[in-house]
Design a protein around this ligand. Sequence first.
Ligand code: HEM
Length: 222
Amino acid sequence: MHWFQTSLGKKYIMAVTGLGMVGYVIIHMIGNLSIYAGPGAINEYAEILHEMAPLLWGFRLVLLTLFFAHICTGVMLYLENRRARPVGYARKANVKTSFPAETMIWSGLLLAAFVVYHILHFTLRITNPDISNLIDASGRQDVFAMVALSFTRVSISLIYIAAMVILLLHLYHGIQSLFQSLGANTEKALPFLEKGGRAVAFVLLLGFASIPITFLFVILNI
Ligand code: HEM
């Protein structure tokens, strides 16, 4: 049996791929906040990214690999754990756990479904073609208009806000858990990882969700 087929190996794969994706999500949130600087800034940011096409595609390939490796390994671990304990405990006395920790598989699968929708929406621009291929005054792809017009639709904003809450749920436990799998599980490190992981998860929720909320407030004239 190879090391990556063992339970420990799979946890390590989950941790490394999870860490890569958390890094991406943090950078993506910071990039998205440039929307507050107006159409010029985010359209410029998108254009610079697209001008670096080979780099962008290399990066996308890495991200896609992390995404699939994380999901496949997570599902395998979940099924293995279920097989090892086919009947649920009647009562889980003295087991220190939490709702986010116990629902990682479900928050993860919902998040994966959101990412597929999100890529169809903003990257492939298939779900709302009427507002997705506009050009700004400087002849660039108008990413600002695409985002703004999307989030003035209440249904789209609600999908995004719900997904951001699920992201919070997944990372609330996920960040501390990945560092523990990588070996940072000393008594000294644990409280710091717990608090730090939760803080990062909340900052991501606020940063991402602020965007649809802002555009919803604009149309509601609040
Ligand atoms: C309000 C929240 C968000 C906004 C406004 C937003 C915006 C965007 C935009 C405009 C793109 C297309 C980039 C382009 O091809 O020009 C994009 C791509 C992407 N986003 Fe988001 N995003 C949000 C939340 C998220 C979250 C929470 C995740 C992960 C859980 C995520 C993951 C991705 C991925 C994987 C891509 C594809 C990357 C690529 O095209 O190279 N996004 N996002």
